[in-house]
Design a protein around this ligand. Sequence first.
Ligand code: SF4
Length: 384
Amino acid sequence: MTTPSTGDILLITKIVERCNLDCTYCYMYHAADQSWRERPARLSNENLDRLTTRFTEHAQQYPKAGLTLELHGGEPLLLGKRRMQALLKRIRDALSPERLFICLQTNAVLLDEEWLDIFAQYEVHISLSCDGPPDVTNRYRRLRRDGGATGQSVEDAIRLCLRWPEADKLFHGVLAVADPQTDGAAIVRYFYALGVRSFDLLLPDANYISPPMHLPAYRHADLLRYMTRAFDEWISIQDTEFKIRTFRELILGMFGRKSALDAFGADLSTISVLESDGSYQLLDVLRICGEDATRTPLHIEQHSFADFLAATAGTLPKPCARCLTCAAFNACGGGYLPHRFDGVSYDNPSYFCDVLFGLHRHILTHLAKVTPPELWQTRGAATG
Ligand code: SF4
């Protein structure tokens, strides 16, 4: 086995593998892989300690490596404030913010000022999950205990984050799942009016054997319309401080910069998921592909991060032949790996190819109107 030279790693850590929400489209609890039922509800104290030990060891082994710890779930705030503080103190005593970037993705239902104080104290960067105005979020993001609505409490949490003195530095905005039954333009306008200046529109998690589970009448044309209307609204706002990551990444790809986003074909082999039983697994959205799609034989007790990187380097599927000759490839990258699965292999364009290609063409048509043609010739950008 060869060890990658950079040592860069993103460790997505399932500190709690249960959730207070039961979102209809969740890849964790409603997908083919139901192995979460066999794993503990949260990472043990021993494995929480090993987390710090492994990061410290890796930082010494790779002094220049980019190290990121993403606190994830389930819902990570279910760890509780006392345990979270103890975990963060131990990690920060060993690794400064300059050495280790820590981020956290939350559904925001439990978020309050005390949580924000903790994140400020230990320099934890946070993002919230929210699909749009409360009536849109309420469609799929419901409380597990009684099916109650969450949209208003999430909107309140976004406002709280925007008022936070650390907002500029530590609040990274919102992740929304695109819902083709709504209007993409209205979603963009909602977040902008709320004061959010950074968010992303994720495509639903689906592939050729598991279409979007929460959308029985799903059609690519509807999702493409949602995305193009969202793009047009974003452009019409004319505020360069207002960032929608998907659109920015596609545009940068058209100008020749390969995306670092997993959704646009970036290398996933430096992403490890630490499950609540201490096992290292591959990117967790691969759970929509089947029971064994994410498994590795590695465990944090016996194996270092370098062992994981060495085991996965060069092993993940490459883009398919059709994508490699596609005019949109430089920006699209063949899409997200879990979306390429057909039940046997990943040797396919994304299940959302029609949406990605159509969106690429739509954005390119806009850019062609507002940029000099020489730019495209000199940059060799796609013109498909
Ligand atoms: S648009 Fe479709 S064919 Fe082209 S790179 Fe993306 S997934 Fe592949």
